[in-house]
Write a protein that binds this ligand. Structure first.
Ligand code: G16
Ligand code: MG
Length: 213
């Protein structure tokens, strides 16, 4: 039976997917690379360096490691400028209640975010104490869609992967959850989340009783 729920952060709990998107789009514009929503969708849930590599697929020239380093940190500066002013009002509607409803049902919760900014965001949003376990993105070596981060979250909760479900807004995240051997709830637009076992338009629609009864 299901004993734990592992939530993604950006785009599921925090209204930051649009902020990541805008920061990458700004960087792409500055270096003359075409950026549209289909590229934006591919970047979702992918770690910073992996996202940059996807962006540079369309680059007219090669970039050195030092240049890539500088581009990635420039994007992070743009992102940080925006989340500087973040507070509890930047939680996606219904997200706090969704997490609390899991606890009320007697199940555990964990956070699996690929973002190195996750600890800062959790503080800003006022939800740092809401999870039984938070995976430290700095200790995960393989990015989504690799299962490592969801497996680490299950282990941190003391549960088997088959006892957990994952909640994600990105195709890379759904793939990561499935590779970990868990059922996946997709939050967002159907086309990007075709592989999800259950699709919800937003996290407010999350209902743990669907998995416990
Ligand atoms: C998030 C976002 C991604 C972002 C990644 C790394 O993952 O979805 O768009 O590229 O974190 O973020 P940072 O550059 O802050 O380390 P998640 O897993 O929370 O959706
Ligand atoms: Mg996400």
């Amino acid at each position: 039976s299901i004993k734990g729920v592992i939530f993604d952060l950006d785009g599921v709990i925090a209204d930051t997917a649009v902020v990541h998107h805008a920061a990458w789009k700004r960087l792409a514009g500055e270096i003359g690379i075409a950026f549209d929503d289909s590229v934006g969708e591919r970047l979702k849930g992918v770690d910073r360096r992996g996202s940059l590599d996807i962006l540079l697929e369309r680059a007219p020239r090669a970039y050195s490691e030092d240049e890539k380093e500088a581009l990635a940190s420039r994007k992070n500066d743009y992102y940080r400028q925006q989340i500087e002013s973040f507070g509890p009002h930047n939680l996606l509607p219904g997200s706090r209640n969704a997490i609390e409803s899991v606890h009320r049902a007697g199940l555990k919760t964990a956070l699996a975010s690929a973002s190195r900014n996750a600890p800062l965001l959790l503080e800003r949003l006022g939800i740092a104490d809401l999870f039984d376990y938070v995976v430290d993105a700095n200790r995960v070596s393989r990015a989504k869609p690799d299962p490592e981060i969801f497996l680490a979250a299950a282990r941190g909760l003391g549960l088997e992967p088959s006892e957990c479900i994952g909640v994600e807004d990105a195709a890379a995240g759904i793939a990561s959850i499935h590779a970990a051997g868990m059922k996946a709830v997709g939050v967002g637009h159907a086309q990007a989340l075709a592989e999800a076992d259950l699709l919800l338009s937003n996290v407010a629609a999350f209902d743990i009783s669907l998995f416990t009864t």
